[in-house]
Design a protein around this ligand. Structure first.
Ligand code: AMP
Ligand code: MG
Length: 489
């Protein structure tokens, strides 16, 4: 039997079938001594894959890129993108490969994709490799995000290659990440198709995106306008969720913005500890373009680039096309606001008010003013409803004004006991804390995966407070930070 049959990899590669011109066939670079580091068993089960076979030498050889399974597409995808506002006409998968598409046990189609599998024709000057730390980071944070209910790509496995990679910090273990995503269609994919000045390719890409992600748009009077509106809605919902959990993506370039509305490309991302709306973690984001508070307006900026790419499809008259695009983009502000208020008032155990969100805004000002821990603030409020003031005192430097605010908040809750329980279901105890992620990655570099596994255990059940796991629920220690993240490319 072939490796693909043993692993139960049943590829159906619609992208290469439908979109010639959007990829180059390519093979992964050989890994001299592959070793399986982490395998995502629950994801493998969802995909209907055979765990034993994946763990076997033949399976690890596939996950390292050494054996191309039968039926695999093996292509590097082409895309363009605005990087920190500067347009780059040809980016593409520089160190990634699309193995192919799988249809999971629930009938959903997803991409199976490598990262760190060697240079491709899109690699520009870079080495095509990935270090173990950043690949484990993508694994940990993606799983944390998934458990928090946030649409995201997910890691299936990380293998070390047995080949070192050289980075600023020295020589590091090399690794290949296998990930799964609803697709890897990006705003940058549309920018690439549009810039190619081949209207057939742009239309084929848009039709493909509709078929794959928004089939209902095909029935609309203007399917491409419906596609644009659907992506606006999906991205508004996504960034609202990031904001509610305090996630800072760090590199919201248009090539890292999906059409599906999933989070992809975990690079220099981080979670807020202390609430600071201006928080920036990435060392290369010198202007704070992708600061926490800028994420919604930057999402709209990115969607505007998407709309520009679609213009020739929206109407044959350019002015009419611009009007259509503007109308679709105008919906972003209201959609984001509605999602954000719903999420935040749910975190406060209240329905969204009909007027101004006064209680929420006051709370945010209090939390920002004292740099309270974002995640723990909401747990501390729920604790107040159980007459436990200790978490609040531990979270806020000056609890007095918060207690004054909380008295008014509490008076709006019809049933404080029910509210405390409901808040416990939406406010996480365990998130991928920056200091814990860094400690887990440092240990993994030294060959110890236990901290990464322990962290995964906590963050994959984020709402389920467990005795003995207090260390995973604490904010960063005082001697940690200011936290800086690096692309790790
Ligand atoms: P990112 O900002 O990490 O999403 O990557 C931006 C672009 O750089 C993409 O085209 C990547 O494929 C490419 N890239 C990043 N790191 C590497 C690397 N080590 N080797 C080759 N290409 C890379
Ligand atoms: Mg990227």
């Amino acid at each position: 039997m072939s490796v693909a049959t043993d692993l139960r990899l049943n590829f159906d590669n619609s992208f290469v079938r439908d979109l010639p011109g959007m990829f180059l066939p390519w093979q992964a670079a050989p890994a001299p001594a592959p070793e399986l580091v982490l395998l995502n068993e629950s994801l493998a089960a969802e995909l209907g894959l055979d765990l034993e076979a994946l763990r076997s030498p033949a399976g690890v050889s596939v996950l390292a890129g050494n054996t191309a399974p039968d039926g695999a597409a093996n292509v590097a995808q082409a895309y363009a993108g605005h990087q920190f506002g500067n347009y780059v006409p040809r980016l593409g998968d520089g160190r990634a490969l699309l193995l192919g598409e799988l249809v999971d046990t629930a009938g959903r189609r997803c991409d199976l994709h490598f990262k760190g599998s060697g240079r491709t024709p899109y690699a520009r000057g870079a080495d095509g490799r990935a270090a173990l730390g950043p690949m484990l980071r993508e694994y940990l944070i993606g799983e944390g995000m998934h458990a928090l209910g946030i649409p995201t790509s997910r890691a299936l496995a990380v293998v070390t290659t047995g080949q070192a990679v050289t980075r600023d910090t020295g020589s590091l273990p090399g690794a290949v990440l296998t990930r799964v995503a609803a697709s890897h269609l990006r705003v940058g994919s549309f920018q690439y198709a549009r810039a190619g000045a081949d209207p057939v390719m742009l239309r084929a890409l848009a039709d493909y995106a509709i078929w794959r992600h928004y089939p209902e748009a095909a029935q609309a009077p203007n399917p491409y306008r419906a596609l644009l509106s659907a992506v606006v809605g999906a991205q508004a919902a996504l960034v609202a969720r990031w904001m509610a959990v305090g996630f800072v993506h760090g590199v919201m370039n248009t090539d890292n913005v999906t059409i599906s509305g999933e989070t992809i490309d975990y690079g220099p991302c981080a979670f807020l500890d202390a609430f600071n709306p201006n928080a920036v973690f990435s060392s290369i984001d010198e202007m704070g373009r992708y600061a926490y508070r800028n994420q919604p307006p930057i999402t709209l900026w990115n969607l505007t680039r998407f709309a520009e790419s679609l213009l020739p499809l929206l109407d044959e008259n350019n002015e009419a096309a611009v009007e259509i695009a503007r109308g679709a983009l105008d919906a972003f502000a209201d959609e984001f606001e509605a999602q954000w208020l719903t999420l935040m008032y749910t975190k406060l155990g209240l329905p969204v008010p009909s007027g101004e969100p006064v209680l929420l805004n006051e709370f945010l000002a209090l939390a920002a003013g004292t740099r309270a821990d974002w995640t723990n603030s909401f747990r501390a409020l729920a604790a107040l409803l159980r007459e436990d003031t200790a978490p609040l005192a531990a979270t806020f430097d000056d609890p007095a004004p918060v207690l004054e605010w909380a008295a008014r908040w509490r008076s709006e809750l019809p049933d404080p006991v029910a509210a405390a329980a409901a808040m416990g279901r939406v406010n996480p105890v365990y998130i991928p804390r920056n200091h814990l992620v860094e400690a887990a990655l440092a240990a993994a570099d030294a060959g110890d995966l236990d901290p990464a596994r322990a962290l995964l255990e906590a963050i994959t059940r984020p709402f389920d407070e467990r005795p003995g796991m207090e260390a995973f629920a604490s904010g960063a220690p005082d001697d940690f930070g200011p936290y800086r993240t690096f692309c790790g490319t």
